[in-house]
Write a protein that binds this ligand. Structure first.
Ligand code: ADP
Length: 476
């Protein structure tokens, strides 16, 4: 049994902007279920949704700042959460990283540096909590200064840094380094400096004892220039300390037999009942109750997700007998183009802009096929949810998509391993070919049902991933 301090800038259901929150909301519980003593530490944002009581625990004093630590539980679990309470930095109206207008907070370096410094005090047993971890598990750039600062401490716990997305690095002008009063010893090209800027993520990549990322394929990809964003050299250098562990899914929340957000419960033995969700989805989104294949996409609308490829396919898709529903938010140009397509094709396409957890569940249950044409995808969760819900995904062969979806081929159909459709090139042509290939298989009900069943029976439980993390902790 290990004592683990899990440091993250978001955790579902307390606060979520993306997959990081899913991981931080699930992995600590999975580790606790396996016997570890886990504490989660996150900033106390204004938008945090707690169901349990919150207690004052202590005040942590830094050189010229302080924060209160509040304690609550991760809703639905026994996992203790420490909220770093500093209203002037975190008690703001927007999301964890951007203001209500979607602009990154100008003081993000200061905000997450304070969060990191408080996490370091807790990690060193200086938080008046009567608790000191064996392992500090950090996640993404917002926590990158933790391994860096801990590297200067004696008697420190071991550190693990998990990369959820190399595209977000926490880069700030050099001046931020002095403004934040960071130790001079950390400023060099093998430290926090990156081409003259301050890089938070390098704090994790250069100083953590072990680095993980969220799929084996992504662990390879980020050692190349295309996906490493200038840090591929450092990652190759640390190759021996770098592993890929695929995320799991939260069975409590993504269970088609119990999901409160869907209209009709079903499993692999009662697939006919999935239809009730399709009808409910079509009705809710104002689409005709047509008996055509229904495609879904749920995503942040950013370049990473291949939205441009989808847009290029839409004219041809709209000419086929199918319907398409999309839920997402992000870049305005994508939002506008998608809404315009839906307006022009009201019988075939419905777009919902915004973030809607319940609709996401109904879409996973109600759609026939799921689209995920990502240019890169560290792990990806929606392709796991869609396999679990009997909604075969169409994905590009990259990162976690390559590791978790088995393409439908004669041999994978024969040995019952096929779970979806995988295409190679990040081009509209390749995506369209995959869509047509999927439609052809969908037209054969027996084969389709086998594909659905294969995906639904795959083990994507967090238990497997948590065991892999435990094996890693054991080496430290
Ligand atoms: P990323 O972390 O890059 O956004 P992932 O696939 O790893 O991508 O995780 C995205 C998570 O956020 C999934 O749980 C997905 O269902 C959810 N999600 C993304 N956009 C929306 C949205 N607009 N409404 C509801 N859930 C969303």
């Amino acid at each position: 049994m290990k004592k683990i301090l899990f440091v993250s800038s978001e955790a579902h259901p307390l606060i979520k902007t993306g997959g990081l929150a899913d991981v931080s909301g699930s992995l600590p519980k999975a580790l606790a279920d396996l016997g570890d003593e886990v504490r989660l530490i996150i900033p106390n944002y204004q938008a945090i949704k707690t169901t349990g009581d919150i207690y004052y625990k202590s005040t942590v004093q830094l050189q010229n700042a302080y924060a209160n630590l509040l304690e609550t539980r991760l809703p639905g679990t026994d996992v203790l959460v420490w909220l770093v309470d500093c209203p002037q930095l975190f008690g703001l109206a927007g999301n964890p990283y951007t203001d209500a207008q979607g602009q990154a907070y100008a003081n993000n370096a200061e905000r997450f540096a304070l969060f990191c410094r408080i996490a370091v005090e807790v990690a060193m047993g200086r938080g008046y909590l009567d608790w000191k971890p064996d392992i500090v598990h950090c996640n993404d750039w917002q926590t990158g200064l933790v391994p860096a600062l801990l590297s200067l401490e004696s008697g420190r716990p071991a550190t693990v840094f998990t990369i959820h997305n190399m595209a977000y690095q926490g880069l700030f002008p050099k001046q931020a380094f002095s403004l934040l009063n960071l130790p001079r010893a950390l400023w060099h090209p093998n430290g926090l400096e990156f081409n003259g800027s301050l890089s938070f993520i390098k704090g994790g990549l250069a100083y953590a004892d072990r680095i993980t990322t969220v799929s084996p394929t992504y662990a390879e990809e980020i050692q190349s220039a295309e996906f490493g964003y200038g840090l591929e050299g450092l990652l190759s250098y640390r190759n021996n300390d770098l592993t890929g562990i695929v995320n799991g899914i939260d069975d409590g929340q993504w269970n088609s037999l119990t999901d409160p957000a869907i209209a009709s419960h079903y499993d692999a033995s009662s697939l006919a009942d999935k239809q009730g969700n399709k009808t409910a989805l079509q009705t809710r989104l104002g689409l005709p109750l047509a008996k055509v294949p229904l495609f879904a996409l749920i995503s942040r609308l950013v370049d990473q997700k291949g939205i441009d490829l989808l847009l290029a396919c839409l004219p041809e898709m709209m000419a086929l007998p199918l319907q398409f529903v999309l839920l997402g938010s992000g870049e305005k140009q994508y939002e506008q183009q998608l809404v315009a397509f839906a307006k022009a094709n009201p019988e075939k396409m419905a777009v919902t802009l915004g973030y809607d957890e319940d609709l996401a569940h109904l879409m996973e249950a109600g759609a026939d096929l799921f689209l995920m044409p990502s240019r890169f995808e560290p792990c990806g969760l929606n392709q796991l949810y869609s396999q679990r819900y009997g909604t075969p995904p169409i994905v590009r062969r990259c990162g976690g998509l390559a590791d978790t979806v088995i393409d439908t081929l004669p041999e994978t159909l024969a040995n019952n391993t096929a779970t979806g459709f995988v295409f190679d090139q990040a081009s509209a042509g390749s995506l369209m070919e995959a869509i047509k290939r999927a439609l052809f298989v969908h037209s054969q009900p027996k084969v389709w049902q086998q594909l659905q069943t294969n995906g639904m029976q795959k083990d994507f439980s967090w238990q497997n991933s948590a065991k892999a993390y435990q094996a890693l902790y054991a080496q430290l």
